[in-house]
Design a protein around this ligand. Structure first.
Ligand code: 9PG
Length: 804
């Protein structure tokens, strides 16, 4: 049915209420109009350059409804707007602009949602705007991402050109209190428990236009909310149309909404999700560009000697003579060339990896001098800045040029085919999306990024691409892994604390928590390298800070790369790296993301065939020692049950807890890693200490045998094992057999829970009776060196039969 008649309200599928007489609509969730009098709008320029703003709101609009969609239309005589919502299980909306004029127009913005308080729009979150919380997703890998409490005011960025190039893709209006989030946001309110009332607005397609969610407050009050699809001023010819990206509108639990959004974006963009996460070693965070062939070989040797399960050896920045001249190598550092090195790395059993910033050129590079036409220009014809590399200006390339495409192909053919690199850390990718006058006026900034990445992908085939400094949306489907935060550093915070994107361990970890949900949905998350070197050995990080870095990287489950100078790392520190290798490939969840701007609870629920447990990283971001109380309910645990708690880094059994656990002396910047396992009535594995996940990675199998028969038979089979009398006498026994497997050699323990009324008869490691010690009431630990594989058994007297 289609209608031109003006009705006051038209209800559609319990989800949408149209107000065609006003050109607005409400979006409804559980009988509550969450978005009220929302509209849509576009900004375009005519052939004379006059700016027009066309909105659906204000007057009557035409509408059409069908089985599962609704369209609202307005025409200003030159162009037509068509807003469509598809309402199936989920709501998707998009906006089209149709040029009905005789001359071309240029489209700047398509606002798929436009809510203006001045014209009666409201967002119903059960509380006034000052009590809202807004998820702010940064533009590219390094850009800060966190949930902002609107009552806390806005975060002020360093207002430098350099910062703008790197982190601010849009000109944000000079209205006070503008909160901006790239591609998606979730709004919650302090009035709600986290489990309800979150509103997600998120673009689930991102290949053609940059998406932005923008919230504006006037003082403490709501002023505007917009979901903007940026069309970058592309030309639309007479008779032609341009559609925005697709917006998902949904309500629910904040964290669950983020997870759902990432799943939809990943599906729509054909995300590449590798089967196993990345591991490796990278030159950057020790050598900082001064790495040589000798350094790489020395590190390779230590990795081999320790049998560290690291896959890729990344030669980061510093091999090239200049940014842009990627095939021209510094012979002083790499005298035998990059192919020789790749061959050596491969021969040693590793994957050779290379860092490249493919979408930019140093002002002093041969590329920039010989091909000034490759550089992206602004309206004045000046090259567009990208970043400063040790004081040299780097410029953006124009990815709409076919000669740049050809150069890109040729470059990666050399690195991939001729030299043999099989892993590419592609950095400073945001430079392709810089605002500028592109050679091809129909190419948007998102398309420029994607075109560049597509060419590299075509050239390197199925080899691994890690995105870095990369605009997130258009990279989905092109990269296998993605850096999700600023650089880690040998300091906790930077000297200039105002810039949340500066290299700093705390800042890197902030993003690791906030973007954890992207792992395995958009790509493999890369939280950046783990640094375990000692303080003063080129580091300022104290033990607690180093452990926090390792805990966060381990819990986020993604790419795990080391970037220490391994030959100088002592065993006592190397064990920290070993304890997060290999990665679990499961991302922990920041449970209080919508309550604390710096989340304090990073929880990894684990389900293995032999049991379920929860590993929680409890972070103290404060500079003081504090007491941290954690209610079991906030961890998703049953407050009516009893749980064993094990303190991983301190190797201490905490005891059995109910309802809550208290960390009494939670030190500054310390992450207390606690394992929770429900108390059971049988002998069980409590934890293992070889890996932070405490059993998920290195325990391959757990077998249980009851009764004396099995044990005696095995006693005969392993004739060398001395059988103690008691064992044989005991007719009712139970044995738990744990098979462990892990690359390298590591000292550690397997801990068992022994229920009340049962007693340990013997512990065995690889069939030999081995000492065990009591570490708490009903908790027994068996120590061993796990060298590739081991079998640990615990034999206990079975529970006495219940008296009749
Ligand atoms: C190599 C490094 C490492 C690192 C990347 C990236 O000038 N800057 O603002 C700036 C920001 C980040 C940065 C370097 C410089 O680090 O994240 O892992 O590859 O490049 O130069």
């Amino acid at each position: 049915m289609a209608g031109e008649t003006m009705t006051d309200e038209i209800y559609f599928r319990d989800r949408l209420i149209l107000h065609p007489a006003r050109g607005t609509f409400d979006w409804v969730f559980r009988a509550q109009a969450i978005l009220q009098h929302a509209s849509a709008a576009a900004t375009y320029r005519d052939a004379r350059g006059n700016v027009h703003h066309l909105t659906l709101a204000g007057d009557a609009v035409a509408y059409a409804v069908a089985d599962d969609w609704v369209t609202l239309r307005r025409d200003d005589g030159n162009v037509e707007l068509a807003w469509t919502a598809r309402l199936g299980d989920e709501t998707y909306a998009w906006l089209e602009i149709i040029n009905r004029h005789r001359e071309p127009i240029r489209v700047d913005e398509l606002r798929v949602l436009a809510l203006d308080a001045a014209s009666g729009a409201r967002v119903e979150l059960g509380a006034p705007a000052r009590a809202w919380r807004f998820f702010q997703n940064g533009w590219q890998s390094w850009s800060a991402t966190f949930v902002r409490d609107c009552g806390d005011g806005i975060h002020t960025d360093p207002a430098t050109d350099e910062y703008r190039y790197k982190h601010q893709p849009h000109a944000i209006p000079a209205v006070p209190k503008t909160l901006s989030s790239e591609w998606f946001s979730v709004l919650t309110s302090r009035a709600h428990r986290p489990a309800d009332g979150g509103l997600l607005l998120g673009f689930v397609t991102a290949a053609d236009q940059l998406g932005e969610i923008r919230l504006q407050l006037a003082g403490d009050a709501f002023a505007r909310l917009d979901a903007i699809s940026h069309a970058d001023g592309v030309r639309v010819e007479p008779g032609a149309r341009l559609a925005s990206e697709r917006l998902l509108i949904a309500c629910g639990d904040g964290l669950a909404l983020l997870e759902r959004y990432a799943a939809r974006l990943g599906e729509a963009m054909g995300a590449r999700v590798p089967a196993a996460p990345l591991t490796g070693w990278c030159t950057w965070y020790y050598f900082f560009g001064e790495n040589t062939e000798r350094d790489v070989m020395a590190n390779l040797e230590r990795i081999r000697a320790e049998r560290l399960p690291l896959g890729v050896i990344v030669i980061d920045d510093g091999y090239q003579t200049s940014d842009g001249d990627w095939t021209s190598v510094r012979a002083d550092r790499f005298p035998r060339g990059m192919k020789w090195l790749a061959d050596e790395i491969r021969r040693a059993g590793f994957v050779p990896g290379l860092w490249v910033a493919p979408f930019a050129a140093n002002e002093n590079s041969r590329l920039a001098r010989e091909h000034p036409e490759f550089l992206l220009r602004d309206e004045t014809g000046a090259p567009v800045g990208a970043w400063l590399h040790w004081g040299d200006q780097c410029f953006s390339l124009d990815l709409s040029r076919t000669d740049v495409h050809e150069w890109l192909r040729e470059t990666f053919r050399t690195l991939s085919d001729d030299w043999g690199y099989a892993f590419f850390k592609l950095d400073f990718l945001y430079t392709a999306a810089a605002p500028g006058v592109r050679h091809d006026p129909t190419m948007t900034r998102a398309q420029a990024v994607r075109r560049g990445l597509a060419i590299i992908r075509e050239t390197v085939g199925t080899k691994t691409i890690l995105g870095c400094g990369a605009p997130l949306g258009p990279s989905v489907g092109c990269v296998d892994a993605m850096r999700i935060g600023p650089d880690v550093a040998i300091t906790w915070e930077p000297i200039f604390r105002g810039d949340l994107t500066a290299p700093a361990t705390a800042y890197a970890m902030r993003n690791t928590l906030a973007r954890a949900f992207m792992h395995n949905r958009l790509w493999h998350n890369d939280p950046d390298c783990a640094l375990v070197r000692r303080r003063d050995d080129e580091s300022d990080l104290v033990l607690n800070e180093m452990r926090t870095m390792v805990s966060m990287i381990g819990l986020c489950g993604g790419a795990t790369l080391s970037s220490d100078n391994l030959p100088s790392i002592r065993r006592g520190r190397l064990k920290y790296l070993k304890q997060i290798l290999p990665p679990t490939n499961i991302a922990a969840r920041p449970l209080d993301l919508f309550e604390n701007e710096l989340p304090r609870l990073f929880a990894l629920p684990i389900a293995a065939p032999w049991g379920e447990w929860l590993v929680v990283g409890a972070i103290n971001w404060d500079d003081q020692t504090t007491t941290t109380e954690i209610a079991l309910e906030t961890l998703g645990l049953d407050p009516a049950r009893e749980y064993h708690v094990y303190n991983y880094w301190h190797r201490r059994y905490v005891g059995v807890v109910r309802e809550r656990v208290t960390i009494k002396r939670h030190q500054p910047h310390e992450t207390r890693v606690l394992l929770f396992k429900a108390v059971s009535e049988q002998v069980d594995v409590l934890a293992t200490t070889f890996h932070l996940a405490q059993g998920l990675v290195e325990v391959k199998r757990v077998e249980r045998e009851r009764g004396s028969k099995g044990a005696e038979e095995r006693g005969r089979r392993t004739a060398r094992r001395p059988r103690d009398r008691e064992t044989r006498k005991n007719s009712m026994m139970e044995t738990l057999r744990v098979e462990l497997e892990k690359s390298g050699a590591q000292r550690g323990e397997v801990l068992f829970t022994i229920p009340r009324g049962q007693r340990v008869i013997a512990a065995r490691v690889d069939g030999r009776v081995s000492p065990h010690r009591l570490v708490g009431q009903g908790i027994v630990a068996v120590g061993l060196t796990l060298d590739e594989r081991a079998v640990v058994e615990i034999e206990v007297s079975a529970k006495p039969p219940a008296s009749v």
